[in-house]
Design a binder for this molecule. Structure first.
Ligand SMILES: Cc1cc2nc3c(=O)[nH]c(=O)nc-3n(C[C@H](O)[C@H](O)[C@H](O)COP(=O)(O)OP(=O)(O)OC[C@H]3O[C@@H](n4cnc5c(N)ncnc54)[C@H](O)[C@@H]3O)c2cc1C
Length: 382
């Protein structure tokens, strides 16, 4: 058993840590979030590193990076600022691998090269106003009409829809039966005149907008179907296993960022004649944060290792997602306590981690749903 990353993984982390501290310092991210400005310039520089092609094979211009590298990129990006992670993940680590794995040759040939170059964006649209956790009951309907589908319905909380070229959308194409959920994935052009996109105000990561999307009889070519007709649920559930591991990695980025910031502050801040890290209450808090981050990282990397080996990893992905997201919340909360009053001041950055952490327990399947997955896994054990 090996517990160390390869040298090239450590080099990747070091390079990215330097890159983001130069290109996306705390004050720049704070300003983008305050003004709700999409971090386009930083993401163009991310494109120059080739990172948009992380999950795309080299024949389409991508890096085809291993799962540990994908996690490291997500961790370092999220540590720098959630608006970056939110802008990056749906395209680079959900839709691109979705098209790579389930798309047609034509979809791969036309969509993956510009995506790898960072010139083409996707949003991923599952959630509806009345359906979040219980996706199989969604009602956005795509009706076949000649060689196209006509789509009518509404999605909500769709991150990056307003800057997307295509929306990777889960739609109902048939009634659910015992053998099929009747769902399919369609690539819907975001700029179609029958698509309306409205950003929502939100708590954190405001630089990348999370939107309502309305489909008002949008005509979509049948060639935009991804995977099998009525096979969308299986496709999405498979992609969600990996998505939960990357979401765990995002959470690690927040947890590690809060821990690093709190430790540095506690080494420098003098009260009662000594650095506050030497007061046992603070030292123990930092020790607990360190232990929790280490536990969450081990679970996350174990799930990534299973995914890399193409072994079943559904329960492990859920365990990693739960552990890392809850550790992120706890580290951000303890980090606030350690920075005292300064934690409340935007320029110090800790309040941003505090706001950013909560959603990690909610999206990509809430932690209650993840616990259901782990419990179902236990029920099946002999
Ligand atoms: C900032 C942000 C970004 C997002 N980005 C995207 C995106 O890009 N694309 C997308 O499709 N969606 C996105 N989402 C939606 C997100 O994935 C959903 O909010 C999430 O899946 C939960 O769905 P819901 O909000 O409808 O809650 P509900 O499903 O209504 O759940 C409400 C509460 O009930 C609990 N609950 C529900 N069912 C059960 C059960 N069986 N057992 C136990 N507890 C249960 C839940 O855990 C939760 O606590 C985003 C959301 C936010 C806030």
């Amino acid at each position: 058993m090996e517990f160390s990353l390869e040298d090239h993984h450590e080099d990747l982390r070091r390079t990215l840590r330097q890159f983001f501290s130069k290109e996306a310092p705390i004050e720049v991210i704070a300003e983008l979030d305050r003004q709700e400005i999409y971090p386009a310039e930083i993401l163009d520089k991310v494109a120059a590193l080739g990172l948009w092609g992380l999950a795309i094979t080299d024949e389409y211009g991508g890096l085809n990076a291993d799962e540990f590298s994908r996690c490291i990129v997500v961790e370092e990006m999220q540590r720098a600022g959630a608006c970056l992670g939110y802008a990056f993940m749906p395209t680079a680590l959900f839709c691109a691998p979705g098209i790579q794995r389930f798309g047609t040759d034509e979809q791969r040939r036309t969509l993956l090269p510009p995506t790898a170059e960072g010139k083409f964006r996707f949003a991923m649209a599952l959630t509806e106003p009345d359906v979040g956790s219980d996706l199989t009951h969604l009602s956005t309907r795509a009706t076949a009409d000649g060689d196209s589908f006509v789509v009518r319905g509404q999605k909500i909380f769709i991150t990056g829809a307003d800057v997307a070229d295509l929306i990777f959308t889960l739609v109902r194409t048939a009634p659910a039966t015992d053998n099929s959920r009747g769902l399919s994935v369609l690539l819907i052009p975001a700029h179609d005149h029958a698509v309306t996109i409205r950003p929502l105000r939100k708590l954190a990561g405001q630089g990348t907008h999370t939107c309502e999307v309305f489909f008002d009889d949008v005509r979509v070519p049948a060639a935009n179907l991804v995977g099998d007709l009525n096979g969308g649920a299986r496709l999405i559930f498979e992609l969600l296993d990996a998505d939960r591991i990357y979401t765990a990695a995002q959470s690690l980025g927040i947890a590690q960022g809060a821990l690093d910031m709190a430790r540095q502050y506690a080494q420098q801040r003098i009260q009662f004649g000594k650095p506050i890290i030497e007061h046992q209450a603070i030292g123990h808090m930092l020790a607990d944060m360190t232990i929790q981050v280490e536990m969450a990282r081990l679970l996350t990397y174990k799930a990534a290792w299973l995914l890399q080996k193409k072994l079943p990893c559904s329960a492990e992905a859920s365990m990693a997602k739960i552990a890392a997201s809850e550790v992120a919340s706890r580290c951000a909360q303890d980090g606030m306590q350690i920075l005292g009053g300064y934690s409340y001041i935007v320029d110090y950055g800790m309040e941003r981690y505090y706001r950013e952490a909560k959603i990690q327990e909610i999206f990509a399947g809430t932690n209650q749903i993840q616990r259901n997955i782990v419990a179902r896994h236990l029920q099946r054990l002999p």
